[in-house]
Design a protein around this ligand. Structure first.
Ligand code: PMP
Length: 285
């Protein structure tokens, strides 16, 4: 079955789904995106993703291309047309098409919208979670506004590539203050010896992950103690457990950091439990 993308008002075969070469997303990475997990054909925690999208657009002064309710309908339609039951839906909105000039177009242009969906391999993701992943640490080199979910992801691309070349799956950024900020495409967490779960607060320096927010509600319901504070790579390497969260992978245990085993080098019980419980607490639309 060929894949279908939504591009600026049309559902097209992916091979014919093109954007203009003067799209500001293409030339300046002047745009934002969202990734939502699809389960049972439904979108997970969709209202929260839309709220974050709205904030990202506002921060960059990009107009909403259509009412968000309509955007939601199109996203569901793309999932349906691609027959995705388990996978993800990707939404990208850029400032639009204009003759190349760094400043915003003088005459407002319509923002561009691209939506794609694809199936993920459930068994493979379960296997990744069961074995756990390795992470490396890299110096934080991103701009300070990583709270905006912008498509400017070059530092993240390079960090992921470095991780891959070193046999790891994710890279954790470490700021000049010595503390871990987050992963190249995930939020970073550790579990202390006495069972407290630690993650950095989302006020600055990280993306406020939707999975992160929902997981905090899961922990409250399960009476697992949470500490919102930064941690260093050294503390993480000595921790009982570590894990990462993202909408496409939910909770994935981390078993090694910079080649050093975390805990006993096996996925931890808290991370496993949080992964299992997560969807009992998430909203499906
Ligand atoms: N931080 C970064 C840099 C990310 O790219 C992501 C994944 N989009 C996250 C955190 C996790 O956010 P979410 O749980 O909303 O997917």
């Amino acid at each position: 079955m060929s894949r279908i993308a939504y591009v600026n008002g049309q559902y097209r075969d992916l091979r014919d789904a093109n954007v203009n070469v003067e799209d500001r997303g293409y030339q300046f990475a002047d745009g934002v995106y969202e990734v939502c997990e699809v389960r049972g054909g439904r979108l997970v925690d969709f209202p929260r993703h839309m709220a974050r999208l709205q904030r990202s657009l506002r921060e960059l002064r990009i107009a909403e291309p259509m009412p968000l309710s309509a955007l939601g309908i199109v996203m569901h339609e793309v999932v349906r047309r691609n027959r995705v039951t388990y996978g993800l839906v990707y939404l990208q909105i850029t400032r639009g098409v204009a003759r190349r000039d760094h400043a915003f177009p003088l005459n407002p242009v319509k923002p561009s919208v691209v939506i794609t969906a694809r199936a993920l391999n459930y068994a493979k993701n379960q296997q990744t979670a069961a074995s756990g992943i390795k992470v490396i640490t890299v110096p934080e080199n991103r701009w300070p506004r990583v709270d905006i979910k912008s498509v400017s992801l070059l530092p993240n691309v390079l960090a992921k590539q470095e991780a891959r070349e070193k046999g790891a799956y994710e890279a954790w950024y470490v700021g000049t203050d010595g503390f871990v900020t987050e992963g190249a495409s995930s939020n970073a967490w550790i579990v202390t010896g006495d069972g407290r779960v630690v993650t950095r607060s989302a006020d600055h320096g990280i993306l406020a992950g939707i999975t992160r927010a929902v997981l905090m509600e899961v922990m409250a319901a399960l009476q697992i103690k949470l500490e919102e504070r930064p941690f260093t790579p050294a503390e993480a390497k000595q921790a009982a457990e570590a894990f990462v969260t993202s909408a496409s992978q939910i909770v994935i245990p981390v078993v090694a950091i910079d080649g050093q085993a975390v805990g006993n080098g096996q996925p931890g019980g808290v991370a496993k439990r949080l992964r299992e419980e997560f969807h009992r607490f998430s909203a499906f639309s």
